[in-house]
Ligand binder design. Structure first.
Ligand SMILES: Cc1cc2nc3c(=O)[nH]c(=O)nc-3n(C[C@H](O)[C@H](O)[C@H](O)COP(=O)(O)OP(=O)(O)OC[C@H]3O[C@@H](n4cnc5c(N)ncnc54)[C@H](O)[C@@H]3O)c2cc1C
Length: 352
């Protein structure tokens, strides 16, 4: 018999953080009920989404929430939740009263010009997915030199597309150490990708992209444009060390994943690894509070991070961002990270 009192937990968003919270509640022997709300019917392994440009189907990287709900014993409700309404009146928005609520709605595409591919469209629009899967020997412009833009640039280049990658800042992977961007840039040049740093896109019309670097404006032909200049979390929540929202009227609302910023020593990077750890952490904090135990600290430290550079290469670091490396070893580590997550979804305890 479980010693944990019956509590009802709502999880809004079933990405890396939300699913990790649901799995952790089950792992802890939680006796209450968990309900997961998601506007999609499938959990998406978005860290592998660039493989659509390799010709692979999105279905390979999706798991129906119904399957995960059976495996990890939660209820699934297919529904978009309004976060504004939730913060105003949680019971009314969720249609029931919950002991604790976890908001894990992730990031969304920023506003984009008309006629471009966005990440949201890539996630949900089957016709965009089909176009991306079939794109070969075309001119493709990618806006944004972060992990997403870079991963797609290498996939498109591998399929003999003419790829131009625009980044407004002075290096690729600008949110990481210089060493990672430098290594990625050298690999991009040898893969035939044209890189335009310090350059902003000012206008997109069918077939033409206009950009500005300093005072110079240039127009270039582009049959396709992928617009991924970074993602936004709307809203993003500042939380205490247990993941509990600060500055709201309700005491038992938590956040996890890309849409949260935790205080404490742990990392707040917008990565799948951090999202899993934050989801686990919040579930542990909720159960600790229910059993009167002290709240655990959030201490997650990323030991490595890898970005795919097409089917045969990757770039990343282990332990220190200053020692970036690419090649087969990086690719093996990137694929190992993906396999670890697959095992996690299968029910194995691979994230202690
Ligand atoms: C193309 C791409 C490649 C990436 N590659 C890597 C990588 O290699 N390594 C890495 O560590 N990170 C990578 N990342 C980052 C990583 O994917 C994110 O940090 C991670 O997905 C965040 O997890 P999350 O649970 O916060 O959000 P998500 O995984 O985005 O999940 C959010 C969930 O919430 C649901 N949702 C959203 N709004 C609502 C609402 N209002 N109501 C109900 N449901 C809602 C969504 O449908 C979704 O299921 C990549 C990101 C992208 C886009």
């Amino acid at each position: 018999m479980s010693l944990i009192p019956e509590i009802r937990v709502a999880i809004v968003g079933g990405g890396y953080a939300g699913i990790a919270a649901a799995i952790e509640l089950k792992t802890l022997g939680f006796a209450g009920s968990a309900t997961l709300f998601d506007s999609r019917i499938q959990h998406q392994k978005i860290t592998q989404w660039h493989k659509l440009a390799r010709g692979e189907s999105a279905a390979t990287y999706e798991v129906p929430f119904a399957v995960l709900a059976r495996r990890f014993q939660f209820e699934f409700q297919h529904r978009k939740v309004s976060i504004d309404n939730l913060l105003f009146d949680p019971e009314r928005e969720l249609g029931s009263s919950f002991t604790a609520i976890i908001i894990a709605q992730g990031s969304h595409s920023p506003p984009a010009p008309h006629g471009v591919w966005t990440l949201d469209a890539l996630r949900d629009d089957k016709s965009v997915q089909a176009e991306v899967r079939g794109t070969s020997r075309k001119s493709v412009t990618i806006v944004g030199g972060g992990p997403t833009g870079l991963q797609y640039a290498f996939e498109f280049a591998a399929r003999k597309n003419r790829v131009t990658l625009y980044e407004a800042r002075d290096r690729l992977l600008p949110t990481f150490d210089y060493s990672l961007g430098q290594t990625a840039e050298a690999e991009a040049i040898s893969a035939g990708i044209e890189i335009r740093l310090n350059t902003e896109i000012t206008h997109v019309e069918p077939g033409i992209v206009t950009s500005r670097s300093g005072t110079q404006e240039t127009s270039q032909q582009a049959e396709h444009v992928l617009f991924v200049p970074g993602v936004r979390s709307t809203p993003s929540f500042t939380c205490d060390v247990s993941g509990r929202l600060e500055g709201v009227n309700h005491a038992n609302i938590f956040a996890a994943g890309d849409s949260s910023y935790f205080s404490g020593r742990g990392l707040n990077t917008k990565s799948a690894q951090a999202a899993v750890r934050k989801g686990q952490h919040v579930a542990r904090a909720i159960v600790a509070a229910a059993t009167g135990k002290p709240l655990p600290g959030y201490t997650y430290a990323e030991i490595g991070y890898f970005v795919s550079l097409g089917p045969k290469n990757a770039v990343g670091y282990l332990l220190s961002q200053k020692a970036a490396f690419s090649g087969r070893a990086a690719l093996m580590l990137k694929e190992a990270t993906e396999r670890q997550y697959n095992l996690y979804l299968a029910g194995l305890p691979v994230y202690p």
